[in-house]
Write a protein that binds this ligand. Structure first.
Ligand code: SAM
Ligand code: SF4
Length: 335
């Protein structure tokens, strides 16, 4: 079935249905998180290679109209660096059927844009925050911007971008002693804090399994301060969630490495330069930008998209003998 209100699902050979599209809007960033990229930054993509707003809207339109995508998350790099972001959000919100729209951001600049983004149709936001200590924030991100991120979080909550989620990547010897503090901070302010196992996706190739804090350890640290009760969870959501007993506060753990959730994966990714990726760890991409710029019609884009999903592998094998790091780092894929 082609373009209609009930498109055929985007199903792979393992029966996984893909409804969640991550769109990277830029590979650039104004922070330099040590687990993500080097202090000097990266060779950013040349501007002509980036999808224009028209091209992003076209591909997302094909995804929602013809492929059954129902949720779109905007990410990067740092998506707030994309000029005219509220205008782009409004155009995506106007698509039919309208996808659920969310944003993953480092929060710098969110104070200024949260209300406009909500107004434009953004539903939710995830803000990355690895520490509550200003000096440590400056060490991890190599920028002294903690106050901006905290202001961004408050602005997101005030704008109704609910639930506001906080993503934290604990690393041994860096911020592993703040796990319970971050959870308490979330509980106090009404943010859902999710702890993410660090993955071998940093641009420097410096990931070290021994420095990764595992889900088991995260839960142990949380359990030292809180009683945790398993929370109801949505299908396919990568975060396992718990409620802090006696409160409404929810904390989550995304155990991408030690408890991979590839079997329920419903995601597909579009890079800022228009490459379709079926997995964070994929080593191959499909060049949708070349098709777009070559004049492909919607049916051809749909076919390319379905064919790429047809080739999706069963999952990543971090730590296994066959594991190969993808060439693109997380910041250029879109986390
Ligand atoms: N700049 C935005 C931000 O930081 O939220 C969006 C892009 S960032 C690549 C998306 C998420 O990936 C962030 O929550 C970040 O903490 C996480 N991330 C980056 N590098 C990672 C790594 N090596 N392992 C696990 N998560 C990582
Ligand atoms: Fe930038 Fe996000 Fe990477 Fe940090 S994790 S350097 S904020 S892209």
């Amino acid at each position: 079935m082609n373009s209609c209100s009930h498109p055929a699902p985007l199903t792979d050979r393992f029966g996984r249905v893909h409804t969640d599209l991550r769109v990277s809007l830029t590979d650039r960033c104004n922070l330099r998180c040590a687990y993500c990229m080097p202090a000097e930054g990266l060779d950013w993509l040349p501007r002509p290679e980036l999808l224009t707003d028209d091209e992003v809207v076209r591909l997302v339109r094909v995804a929602v109209e013809r492929l059954g995508i129902t949720a779109v998350r905007l990410t990067g790099g740092e998506p707030l660096l994309r000029r005219g972001l509220p205008g782009l959000v409004a155009r995506l919100h106007a698509l039919e059927p309208a996808p659920e729209l969310s944003l993953t951001t480092n929060g710098v600049g969110l104070e200024r844009s949260a209300a406009a983004l909500r107004e434009a149709g953004l539903d939710r936001v995830n803000v990355s925050l690895d520490t509550l200590r200003p000096e440590r924030f400056a060490e991890i991100t190599r920028r002294d911007r903690l106050a901006d991120v905290l202001a961004g979080l408050r602005a997101a909550r005030a704008a109704g971008l609910a639930p506001v989620k906080v993503n934290a990547v604990p690393v041994h010897g860096v911020n592993d002693d703040e796990i319970a503090d971050l959870a308490a901070f979330g509980a106090e302010h009404g943010y859902v804090v999710r702890f993410i196992e660090s993955m071998p996706l940093d641009a420097q190739g410096a990931w070290d399994r021994d420095r990764m804090v595992t889900a088991e350890e995260i839960l142990h640290r949380l359990g030292e301060r809180f009683d945790l009760v398993p929370a109801d969870r949505r299908d396919n959501a990568p975060a396992e969630e718990w409620r802090i007993a006696g409160t409404d506060a929810v904390v989550g753990v995304i155990a991408s490495v030690t408890r991979p959730f590839c079997g329920g994966c419903d995601r597909v990714r579009l890079t800022a330069d228009g490459q379709l990726r079926t997995c964070l760890f994929a080593t191959e991409e499909s060049d949708l930008r070349a098709l777009l710029r070559g004049g492909a019609d919607d049916a051809a884009l749909e076919a390319a998209w379905r064919s790429a999903i047809g080739g999706k592998g069963p999952g990543h094998a971090i730590g296994g003998p066959d594991f190969r790091r993808p060439e693109r780092p997380m910041s250029a894929i879109g986390g």
